[in-house]
Design a protein around this ligand. Structure first.
Ligand SMILES: C[S@@+](CC[C@H](N)C(=O)[O-])C[C@H]1O[C@@H](n2cnc3c(N)ncnc32)[C@H](O)[C@@H]1O
Length: 354
């Protein structure tokens, strides 16, 4: 059974179910070691990162006597069973999806407390995705590589990239890429009968693995222009991973006439609110370690090195060709003369041509 099939079998990833009562986790303050005297974790991690408890479950004398002995799981075992929030499932929750767990909803509530319009910002990001795809179709693109594609939450016609492109170009090809097992499993389910679109489980920080993947070679003709989408993802790629270098490697695999569509949370906007939202994000996803990588305008502009930005350039999400959007959840003002919706101006967006 593949890791993704295994996940499909896991009822705790069915959004209609809850993952049960919260269990208290009592770890040392650094949240890494069990208390002294506590059972040590005999479990192992499989190569796909899933936890398996291979440790003995019965005292030796009980095993010898053949009696079945119920053992209370150690606190660390309970902690290891409790899933961590995932960005794809939290995003799914904010977009009204059902593929999320209690831990995701708990973190979503905490994030909403610090940044009340966070859900609106995410919907605005999806609206930019739809406008970007329309623009790219207009530009003649019929091959799309969506890096960090997420869970296909929006089941409305035209809610996802492969549906949008199919409306206009039945033969257009789409390769989705995501690291997250739920995003991959859900995308596989949605794309089961689709010969023109697929999902690859890969890390976008390794462009070679993405471009040399057999499914990429099967669906994308790299001798022709491709549109690469990197939307709502780069805030999870720290500067230490050098996103400019990653994008340069991607650019070098693209022929002239290809495009890069990108959105990135910015640090300049609403920095006051972002201070606490950022701390909540770091706490929720990285147990307090640095995680949320917001970037300034110049830093974001530098990611387009080797691409020529199309009009209107690098602007706030809601200002990127708003007239292209025909969806009801378009939240930004229809007219440039109107005031922007308060609380927006959270992320920059742009499309560059190679
Ligand atoms: C907030 S969602 C954005 C989804 C979609 N791009 C959009 O704009 O609607 C971010 C997605 O990026 C994925 N992701 C984060 N880091 C990644 C990486 N290094 N490689 C591949 N996917 C990644 C997450 O699993 C998540 O599904």
């Amino acid at each position: 059974m593949t890791p993704v099939q295994r996940l499909r079998e896991r009822p705790d990833l069915d959004g209609d179910r809850d993952d049960g009562p919260d269990r208290t986790i009592d770890l040392d303050p650094d949240q890494k070691r069990p208390h002294r005297g506590q059972h040590t974790d005999r479990g192992q991690h499989t190569d796909d990162g899933q936890h398996t408890d291979d440790g003995p479950t019965q005292p030796r004398h009980a095993a010898r006597s053949g009696r079945t002995v119920r053992r209370t799981p150690s606190r660390l075992e309970m902690a290891s069973e409790r899933p961590q929030p995932s960005t794809s499932r939290v995003y799914d929750y904010f977009l009204g999806g059902s593929h999320n767990l209690a831990v995701d909803r708990e973190l979503a509530a905490r994030l909403s407390d610090t940044l009340p319009d966070i859900g609106a910002i995410m919907r605005e990001n999806r609206a930019f995705m739809r406008r970007a795809v329309r623009f790219l179709l207009d530009a003649g693109i019929d091959q799309f590589l969506d890096l960090g594609s997420g869970i296909p939450t929006d089941s409305r016609p035209g809610g996802n990239v492969h549906q949008l492109v199919r409306r206009r170009r039945r033969r257009a090809h789409v390769v989705y890429v995501d690291l997250d097992p739920t995003a991959v499993a859900r995308s596989q389910a949605v794309l089961a009968d689709n010969k023109n679109a697929t999902i690859i489980q890969a890390d976008l920080r390794d462009p070679t693995a993405v471009f040399d993947h057999p499914d990429t070679g099967r669906l994308l003709d790299l001798t022709r222009p491709v549109a690469v989408l990197i939307l709502g993802v780069l805030h999870d790629i720290p500067d230490a991973d050098d996103p400019a270098r990653i994008i340069a490697q991607i650019r070098d695999r693209l022929v002239p006439g290809s495009f890069l569509a990108l959105s990135q949370g910015v640090v300049e906007s609403r920095a006051d609110t972002y201070g606490s939202a950022s701390a909540t994000y770091d706490d929720g996803y990285a147990r307090g370690g640095p995680r949320l990588a917001l970037r300034g305008r110049d830093q974001t502009l530098a990611l387009f090195d080797g691409f020529t930005l199309v009009a209107p350039g690098l602007v706030f999400l809601e200002d990127w060709r708003p007239h292209l959007d025909d969806y009801p959840d378009r939240l930004a003002p229809a007219s440039p003369d109107d005031d922007p919706t308060p609380g927006f101006r959270a992320a920059l967006a742009g499309i560059g041509m190679r």
